[in-house]
Design a protein around this ligand. Structure first.
Ligand code: GLN
Ligand code: ZN
Length: 756
């Protein structure tokens, strides 16, 4: 009979208990002891949830107070010098300091950078390693947690981020060097960890090497071989795990690794299970990740059964079944949801339910009786053909999309002349990115309206008053292109999801984004359509208050897609086109309502990049096309803006040009305009608004400093094509600093207009 295991479980708790526990500790409202107890309770509940569902081998080491890569850094003693204390002590405060940049002494030492964990929306803390880095077994929480699980009577499988992936994810502190030179210093610490786990009676250790899903240099491939060889024979059995994409390129290597088992992601990788079976010997454990660990859909157990039945019969105990990857990326428990209708609920499965799915599958494999799995898979099949999911009109519109609809009628050079004539803006036009401070009062009004405690009429009046306030402020500041301020938006994706057809929202469908931050992605379950205008009334109202130009504000198709849980029965390009068409109608409606500047935000554009570089171009093509579909329904005179936050632009600069927005605003101030170099070298042809101040802090930028940045920008981009704006939206800021900062921004610009 196959064995069931999990690569990892959501650590935040059913109701985000971990978030509230660590935030209370940070705020000094709870003691270390309380925090430790709360963590222990979450782990105990997680193990119980998994065990009750039928998972036999439970992961230990997947829990983290902040991030599992950061825990690994502490495990091996890689603490950046600025976060070390005089006594050399490394504890939970060290960990939080690295993640959050705050020391107990009160001094603020810059937090370590964070970046996206492969192609997920989870962010990890980037290890900072120097060429002289040494490693030492330091943070021993893993062993405590193993004991904890054992005392609860669970069978433990320890989980470690593999040494080669760890090095790959790290950055060089100080001057660049080949990080792989550190491997021989790192491996002895891992060996020590394995030996200790063996002493604790742990039979299996899962070594995660997710970099196998990338396209690796020969050097990294060799490093993996050496690493696996060094970790074998330390008294525990090794399960090498990869996930997030296929590892086909390395089949030969994997087959040669001296490990006791290998886990494959059969969902993302779309792998042939028979090929995998042939790769490993009969003594080795073949672990198949058959249930999708990244989404929230109920699995088609019947299909999985058919696919793996023969292998299960043959391999018996040496077949393990699991979700495709750690369940870190799914919410905990569908049973907590009270507001989903029965049909929708029958289509879904969260982390707990995914464990139950494996158990159901396993008993069918054992008995040969498929009645239960056929019944379970019924709704999955029903969803595919449901009239609720399928909207013929949307499907026909997508398949009828012409190339012309994905392009503005005329090239930028023609458009910009007409726009300049129509808009009559000064040199270096000033604008903002969209949102203004979201005060407590604004949030309360939205909450009250949602809860039914504020009538639609009163809500409208309240929001209009906020818009009026934002417009008056902007007029007083003498900004050139105004915005309505986004007071009515709780979140830039959720706002649109709630107004579009085909989206659902959960109550507790949280997933960790970074540290204590969680997001609750909407669920795109059906064909997406727009029944009515979503932003026109607010924007029109805002425009009615001023003779200056009001900029409409939308979230782009790529961003809506990547910040949602998406359907698994349609490919991403098609879903993106559906969203793009809905937005296209909104863009045209805005234009018809007299809005001549429309911004379509795409902060997630870069995030969508596939793991394998050879697939980047195909992604960039469809993503840019989706953006253009949303933007191209308008006249030449209507100016389309887009916005992206901080990103490495080099890889995507051609695609950004391909998006063909008339103006792009980007986050550049912290890079001191260095990020503009990509645009300069590419000779990016359209207009650009490089952010001139950081909106992540309340600090007010000085006029001279802003001027210096614009000067720097003007060396890279012709000044006629430059806009002046902050780095990003101002929703997290308060009014006093916002007012002062924008005032300085406008003053700096005015001075430059005289000087240039
Ligand atoms: N228009 C959005 C805002 O200003 C953009 C947010 C973002 O880029 N993430 O808030
Ligand atoms: Zn932004």
């Amino acid at each position: 009979m196959a064995q069931l295991h999990n690569l990892g479980f959501p650590r935040i708790g059913k109701k985000r208990e971990l978030k509230f526990a660590v935030e209370a500790y940070w705020a000094g409202k709870s003691s270390l002891q309380q925090l430790q107890q709360q963590g222990q309770a979450i782990r105990a509940e997680n193990w119980a949830l998994q065990a009750d569902a039928g998972i036999e081998l439970l992961p230990v080491g997947d829990f983290a107070w902040y991030d599992h890569v950061l825990s690994t850094s502490l495990l091996v003693g890689a603490v950046p010098a600025r976060h070390q204390t005089a006594d050399g002590n490394v504890d939970i405060d060290t960990l939080f300091r690295i993640g959050r940049g705050r020391a107990p002494t009160g001094c603020a030492c810059a937090a370590s950078e964070m970046t996206k964990w492969f192609n997920t929306n989870y962010h990890y803390i980037v290890p900072e390693l120097s060429a002289e880095q040494t490693f030492k077994l330091t943070w021993t929480e893993l062993f405590t947690q193993v004991t904890e699980a054992q005392q609860l009577g669970h069978t433990v499988k320890a989980v470690l981020l593999g040494p080669v992936s760890y090095l790959h994810l790290a950055k060089c502190a100080g001057k660049e060097f080949n990080k792989l030179t550190l491997l021989e210093k790192l491996l002895p610490v891992y060996q020590q960890v394995l030996a200790k786990l063996a002493q604790q009676g742990v039979e299996w250790v899962q070594i995660d090497e997710p970099i196998l899903a990338l396209e690796l240099s020969a050097e990294y491939q060799d490093a993996l071989k050496n690493s696996v060889a060094a970790l074998a024979g330390q008294g525990v059995k090794l399960l090498l795990a990869s996930y997030f994409d296929s590892v086909q390129n390395y089949y030969a290597d994997i087959a040669s690794y001296p490990v006791d088992g290998v886990h494959f992601d059969c969902v993302a990788g779309d792998l042939d299970v028979n090929e995998l079976d042939a790769l490993l010997s009969e003594q080795q454990v073949l672990s198949l990740g058959v249930v999708n660990g990244r989404n929230i859909w109920r699995a088609d157990l019947e299909a999985i059964y058919t696919n793996i039945n023969a292998i299960a019969a043959k391999r018996g105990n040496n077949l393990w079944l699991a979700p495709s990857c750690s369940l870190l990326h799914t919410p905990v428990d569908l049973d907590e949801e009270e507001k989903l209708d029965d049909e929708l609920r029958s289509w879904l499965a969260f982390a707990k339910q995914k464990g139950q799915e494996l158990a159901l599958l396993n008993s069918a494999l054992q008995s040969g009786d498929t009645t239960a799995i056929i019944a379970y898979s019924e709704p999955v099949k029903a969803r595919l053909t449901s009239t609720r999911v399928n909207n013929r009109a949307v499907q026909q519109r997508v398949s009828g999309l012409t190339n012309a609809q994905g392009q503005r009628a005329n090239p930028f050079a023609v458009r910009i002349e007409k726009q300049q004539a129509a808009l009559d803006l000064p040199l270096l036009p000033t604008t903002t990115i969209g949102s203004f401070p979201q005060t407590q009062a604004i949030r309360k009004a939205r909450r009250d309206f949602k809860a039914g405690n504020l009538s639609a009429e009163h809500y409208k009046q309240y929001m209009q008053a906020e818009i009026r306030y934002a417009v008056e402020e902007q007029e007083a500041l003498d900004l050139d292109v105004l915005v309505h301020g986004e007071a009515e938006r709780n979140d830039m994706v959720e706002y649109f999801g709630e107004l579009l057809e085909g989206f659902a929202f959960t109550q507790f469908g949280w997933v960790q984004s970074y540290g204590s931050r969680c997001v609750k992605p909407p669920v795109i379950w059906g064909d997406v359509s727009r029944e009515q205008a979503m932003t026109v009334a607010w924007t029109e109202y805002a425009q009615s208050l001023t003779s200056k130009k009001m900029k409409g504000m939308l979230t782009g198709p790529v961003t809506i897609l990547f910040w949602s849980f998406i359907r698994d029965d349609l490919d991403k390009p098609t879903i993106a086109k559906q969203i793009a068409l809905a937005l296209r109608d909104e863009v045209v409606d805005l234009q018809n309502a007299g809005i001549n500047i429309i911004q379509i935000d795409e902060p997630a554009f870069r995030e969508g990049m596939p793991l394998k570089a050879s697939q980047w171009q195909a992604y960039l093509d469809w993503a840019a096309n989706a953006f253009r579909v949303s933007a191209s329904g308008v006249n030449d005179e209507t100016q389309i803006h887009t916005h992206m936050c901080y990103a490495e632009f080099n890889d995507i600069i051609a695609a950004i040009a391909d998006m063909d927005a008339d103006v792009i605003t980007i986050e550049t101030s912290r890079s001191n305009m260095e990020l503009l170099t990509a645009f300069e070298h590419f000779a990016y042809p359209n207009d650009i608004g490089p952010g001139v101040y950081d909106i992540h802090t309340p600090n007010v930028p000085e006029i001279a400093w802003i001027k210096a940045l614009i000067h720097k920008a003007a060396k890279k981009i012709p000044v006629q094509r430059l806009w002046v704006n902050p780095d990003c939206g101002l929703k997290t800021r308060a009014w006093p600093e916002t007012r002062q900062a924008l005032d300085n921004m406008v003053k700096a610009t005015k001075e430059l207009r005289e000087e240039l």
